[in-house]
Design a protein around this ligand. Structure first.
Ligand SMILES: NC(=O)N[C@@H](CC(=O)O)C(=O)O
Ligand SMILES: [Zn+2]
Ligand SMILES: [Zn+2]
Length: 443
């Protein structure tokens, strides 16, 4: 296939040829079509690298009523995400070789490429886990979240040792439950959908609890020469702590989610329990400070923590509703809308969703529109935003915390040269390709 006249993230206008091996064969000017070659005229539109979302929960095995590899990967493809990394808090949890293999069999349904992380619990089996084509360790839970996989400091230290011996990075969910404010959950919290609910969750899982756990994780990683990637840092203080550690020589990187960048306690009042996630939403002031760090380049990765739960589950009261929000389909759209408005450069967007995660996790063939890389590509009209509506999204639970915000959505997504998603710009009708996804540690 030849894609002609596309604008790249840095503004260059180029033709891009995709080889039969699914890799980018050439990025150049004035490429002519070969006999029989499919030509895609892309003038006026951008061609960006597919996003590498290193934090999703596709729920299989054990939670297919919430999401499946099919629905999750369709949602990814429609959002321009061409690689996902699935987290281990499934049922059974991905903590040994057998659990890894049963998840890998289900992931064969994926439309996009994937990695599978291994988790850590008191009865994990590092030997059999590391025999498998594991993406990384993580998310390792320092406090309970969905799946109740919180572990203590000694086990965390063991996990860092096991990973560092094999030069595998460790993704950490950093909250310290001893610093949660239980009193925030006392009293009348109101029902679902009331302002009090989402705000109480934020008051309960304090910002201090995150910052303290991040500092502890960074210190433990430094002691052991381990590589640590801090998942979903929700506070500017935690982002700064990671940056300071990295400057001091620790192999530390941070990840921020779209919900912590675009929603806050003040902005999400109407969400009620649909705004409950871990770590929780923070103040508008902290949100702005987080966004400012993204804009200036202090955030390594934006990943979604796509954590679908059904509408019925989320409608339970504050204490019973599960934590987590979907987001894999709205990652690129939200960031591209910020780029359209001039709040972020397009190159920054490309770096935090594609180039940086690929580099941090050693995916040499992902994350860039360049000769030799996999043709994981997103075609998008960056001047054409639309309103985000749950009804038009593809994640199974069919709700979004971003309803009503604007996003710039892909027209087409390719994985290793195969069209996995296409949207008719006139009618909006979506169509999906075959499940071509592969484990990125095997290809
Ligand atoms: N973020 C969440 O609130 N929930 C995640 C788990 C997690 O990432 O902590 C989930 O799997 O539901
Ligand atoms: Zn987490
Ligand atoms: Zn998560």
């Amino acid at each position: 296939m030849l894609i002609t006249g596309a604008t790249l993230a840095d503004g260059r206008v180029r033709d891009v040829r995709i080889g039969d091996d699914g890799r980018i064969a050439a990025v150049s000017e004035g490429l002519g079509a070969d006999a029989g070659e499919r030509v895609l005229e892309a003038r006026g539109r951008h061609l960006l690298p597919g996003a590498v979302d290193v934090h999703v929960h596709f729920r299989e095995p054990g939670g297919s009523h919430k999401e499946t590899w099919t629905s999750g990967s369709e949602s990814a493809a429609a959002g321009g995400v061409t690689t996902v990394v699935d987290q281990p808090n499934t049922s059974p949890p991905t903590v040994d070789g057998a659990a890894f293999s049963s998840k890998a069999a289900l992931a064969a349904d994926s439309l996009v490429d994937y990695g599978i992380n291994g988790g850590v619990t008191p009865d994990w089996d590092p030997e059999s886990l590391f025999e498998r084509p594991l993406f990384a360790l993580g998310e390792v839970f320092l406090a309970d979240s969905t799946g109740d996989m919180g572990i203590d400091a000694d086990l965390f230290a063991d996990a860092l040792d096991e990973a560092s011996a094999r030069d595998v990075p460790v993704t950490v969910h950093a909250e310290d439950a001893t610093l949660f404010d239980e009193s925030a959950l006392d009293g009348d919290l109101g029902g679902v959908g009331t302002a009090a609910t989402v705000d109480a969750w934020s008051a309960y899982r304090t910002a201090d609890a995150e910052v303290a756990a991040v500092e502890r994780a960074l210190a433990a990683a430094a002691d052991r020469d381990a590589r640590v990637h801090v998942a979903h840092t929700s506070t500017p203080e935690a982002v700064d702590a990671v940056a300071d550690a990295a400057e001091g020589g620790t192999a530390a990187t941070c990840e921020v989610t779209p919900h912590h960048l675009y929603l806050s306690r003040e902005r999400a009042r109407s969400l009620g329990t649909f705004g409950r996630m871990n770590p929780p939403l923070r103040s508008e002031e902290r949100r702005e400070a987080l966004f400012a760090r993204l804009a200036k380049g202090a955030v390594d990765v934006v990943a979604t923590d796509h954590a679908p739960h059904t509408v019925g589950e989320k409608r339970a009261g504050l204490v019973d509703a599960p934590s987590g929000v979907p987001g894999v389909e709205t990652l690129y759209p939200l960031l591209l809308e910020s780029a359209r408005k001039g709040e972020l450069s397009l190159e920054r967007v490309r770096d935090v969703v594609a180039a940086n995660p690929a580099e941090i996790f050693g995916l040499d063939r992902k994350g860039g529109v360049a000769e030799g890389r996999d043709a994981d590509l997103v075609l998008v009209d960056t001047a054409d935003p639309r309103e985000i509506e749950a009804a038009a999204l593809h994640s199974a639970p069919a709700w979004t915390p971003f309803e009503g915000l604007r996003g710039v959505f892909p027209e087409m997504t390719l994985v290793r040269g195969e069209v996995v998603y296409e949207r008719d710009p006139a009618t909006g009708a979506a169509s999906f390709g075959e499940p071509v996804g592969r484990n990125v540690r095997e290809s």
